[in-house]
Design a binder for this molecule. Sequence first.
Ligand code: SF4
Length: 446
Amino acid sequence: MPITVGFVSLGCAKNLLDTEVMLKHLVDAGYAITSDETEADVVIINTCAFIDSAKSEAIENILDIAWLKENRDLKGIVVTGCLAERFRDEIFTELPEVDALLGVGSIHEIVSAVEAAYRGKRYSLYLDKNEVKLGGERVVTTPEYTAYLKVGEGCDNRCTYCAIPDIRGRFRSRPIEELVEEAKNLESIGVKELNIIAQDTSRYGLDLYGEYSLAELVRAITKETEIPWIRLMYCYPDKITDDLVEEFKNNPRLLKYIDLPIQHIDDTVLRRMNRHGGRAVIEDAIKRLREAVPDITIRSTAIVGFPGETDEQFETLCEFIKTVRFDHFGAFKYSREEGTPAAEFEDQIAEEVKEDRHAILMQTQNAVVEEKNEEKIGLSFTVLCEGYDPMQKIYYGRRKSDAPDIDAKVYFTAARAIAEGEFVEVRIHEALEYDLVGEAITDSEE
Ligand code: SF4
C-alpha cells in the first residue's frame, strides 16, 4: 500500500503553486494523495507567515493536525512554507508534534521529508532559497479553467513593514521560454484564465533581461497560446512602463484589469514604508492606465495604522479612496513583524485606533463600490461560470474584472444548463453590497 499524503495549503496563490509542485513530486514518487487528512499517513502543512494573523492560522492548523497524530493513525507532520522558513529555530521546540521542516528553498526535497516523517524521524532541510529551482511540473489544484502562473520568486523592494524579502529571498525571474511552455501546458488541460503572479510581478525580467519585461512576456504568451483571459496581479506603481500600458490598450486577451497595491498615499508615510515613488508616481500610473484604457479595473490595497500615521495622514488616504474610486480595494491593519525595520519604529499605533481606521476606510470603499455596482444595472458582461448553487438554484461566476478568490461574484439564473468554465453573457438586474445579480442572455437575445 503506498503511503498516503494529505495537504493543507495556506496563504497566497504563490504558496499554492509551491504546494502544486510538491504534489507532483509526491505523485511521481508513487505516493497516494488524499484531500481528507483523517485518511493520511503523513500531512504536509504549507504555511504562510507574513503577518500575525497568518502565523496564528498556521499554528492552529498544525495543532489541529497534531490531534490526528494523538487520536488517529497519522504517523507524521511536515511543515513547509513561510512559517517553516521564518521560524526554523522555534518550531521543533514550540511545536514538538512536527516531524519535518522544509525551508522555501527545499520544496523539491519533499519526498525525503515525507519519508522521514513517516518513520517518525526528525528531519529539517534549508537549502539556499536564492538558488532553488523555480517552477517545475505541477498538479494543478485550481478548477481546470483557471490557473496561476508564477513568473518569479522573492522580492527586492524592502518595504519597511514586510518580512517577505527575508523569507523568500531576492527577486528572481523565470525565463520567458519556460513560462510560455508552462502556459501552453496549462492551456492543454483546459485553462481559459491565466492569472500572472509574483511578489512584484511588474519587476519581471529586470534581473534576467536588464529591463522590465512583463509586457514582452504577455506578448509571448498571447502569441503562443489562445488563452482568452490573461490577468496581471501584484503590480507595483513605479514599474508601470509605457510598453505595459500599450499592451493593456492593444491586447484584447490581456484583461483590462490590474492589481496595484499602493499601501498608502501620504508621501511621509510612503517614505517611512520605503515604498518606491510617492503620491505623484501612484497618481501618474493610475492616470496613464485610465487614459489608455478608460474602463480598466483597478484593484488595490492599503495599510492603516502604520507607525507614526497621524489623523491627518489617515484622512488624506480616505479622501484619496473617495476620489480615485478603485473597483476593488482591501485594507490591512499594520502588523508589527519582528525583524522588519518598522517594528523598531517608536511611534507604534494602538490596536483600537487601527481597528477604527480599518473600519472607516472600508466603509469609505464600500460606498464607492455600491455606487459603481448601481451603474452596472442593465449592462451585460461576459461571465466565467464557476458553478451552481442547488440550494439557491442559482449559478455563480466572475466577470473579466473579478479575480479569483478575492474579488466580487456574479450570481445569475439561466434558461439552459451552464457548465463550469463556460463563458456566458449575463445581463445585470440587481446590485448587492459587493456582488451583482443577473440573468444569462439566451442565444436568441444576443
Ligand atoms: S513589494 Fe513590499 S510588501 Fe510586497 S513582497 Fe515586496 S517588500 Fe513585501
